[in-house]
Write a protein that binds this ligand. Structure first.
Ligand SMILES: Nc1ncnc2c1ncn2[C@@H]1O[C@H](COP(=O)(O)OP(=O)(O)O)[C@@H](O)[C@H]1O
Ligand SMILES: CC(=O)N[C@@H](CCC(=O)OP(=O)(O)O)C(=O)O
Length: 285
């Protein structure tokens, strides 16, 4: 059936109550993985973010860049090592992490947002002492655990109408160093400090699947109380463990809901936020 003018108007009309609901509210979007690498998906995500900003939603972007860091390490002949999903970070690796995340990835995102009609400003977690961290564990080197978030650089930018784009390098408080922070974890911490309405983690699967090999087994809504059993049963495993953990922490600490969303679906952010069709896995109290 052809999509005619009435259908188009219907889609826009359906968005109205959602725009009213979220206008003036803060939404944190963690952006990374496939949706950042493919040019088409990148444009779709960026245009969603510009649209949300234009309708008055206070949207904050926290970005990853793991694949780009791996690529740069390979170029200098260094192997990427991960322990429980976190990058082992020696001093040389930390230099690369800082150059890639705070430099190339952050500035490219800012430039694309600006080119597509937004007004973006790039921040790194050290700016204004935003993310303060201590060493997480000696076996991970310069990987930090955030113990304090000062969200004012982000709120100031939002108040001035900018879209803040945040890279996840933190200021060390137990040593004179910068720390590498997993981007999902940093996004959750920032969402809590901003008292955000929603945390959206874009990833490269449909959401949490009961059977990871079967897209039809998507768990659409997950209550905090169901999480421990799903971990015990092995449904939540691998890369999903830290992702679900930080969603749990965010929701427990006051964020209304946290969503694991498929970054491979074009405009998944708009579909999730501004339509009746919920996609992805939503964690709620
Ligand atoms: N139950 C599950 N449902 C979906 N994905 C799962 C599940 N259990 C483990 N995974 C794995 O978690 C991965 C997502 O985590 P990760 O690779 O860390 O994401 P990102 O790079 O986007 O931060 C999926 O690609 C999948 O391999
Ligand atoms: C400590 C740690 O692992 N930090 C991550 C930071 C970037 C990140 O999280 O990027 P993605 O979201 O694209 O994976 C790293 O060095 O890869």
């Amino acid at each position: 059936m052809a999509f005619n003018e009435v259908d188009r108007a219907q889609v826009l009309a359906e968005a109205l109550p959602y725009i009213q609901k979220y206008s003036g509210k803060t939404i944190v979007v963690k952006y990374g993985g496939n949706a950042m690498i493919s040019e088409d998906l990148r444009r779709a995500v960026i245009s969603d973010i510009v649209l949300l900003n234009l309708v008055g939603i206070r949207v904050v972007v926290v970005h990853g860049g793991g694949p780009e860091i791996n690529e740069m390490l390979t170029k200098i002949g260094k192997e990427s090592k991960f322990v429980d999903g976190l990058r082992y970070t020696d001093e040389e690796t930390m230099d690369i992490v800082q150059q890639v995340l705070c430099g190339r990835v952050n500035k490219n995102l800012v430039a694309t947002l600006n080119r597509m009609g937004g007004r973006a400003v790039g921040l790194c977690g050290m700016d204004g002492g935003m993310f303060q961290a201590k060493q997480l564990s000696e076996k991970l080197g310069l990987v930090g655990e955030i113990h304090h978030v000062d969200p004012s650089p982000v709120t100031d930018a939002l108040d001035d109408g900018y879209i803040p784009v945040v890279s996840t390098v933190a200021q060390g408080t137990d040593a004179d160093c910068a720390y590498n922070i997993n981007a999902d974890t940093a996004a959750a911490k920032l969402a809590v400090a901003l008292k955000a309405e929603k945390l959206i983690l874009l990833t490269d699967v449909r959401g949490l699947l009961r059977d990871p090999k079967d897209d039809a087994t998507l768990i659409s809504e997950l209550q905090l109380s169901s999480v421990p059993a799903l971990v015990r049963e092995g449904v939540i495993s691998g890369g999903m463990i830290p992702k679900v953990d930080c969603c749990v922490e965010a929701v427990r600490s006051g964020v209304d809901s946290a969503i694991i969303l498929d970054g491979r679906v074009a405009h998944s952010i708009l579909i999730e936020l501004l339509s009746d069709a919920g996609i992805g896995t939503m964690l709620v109290h």
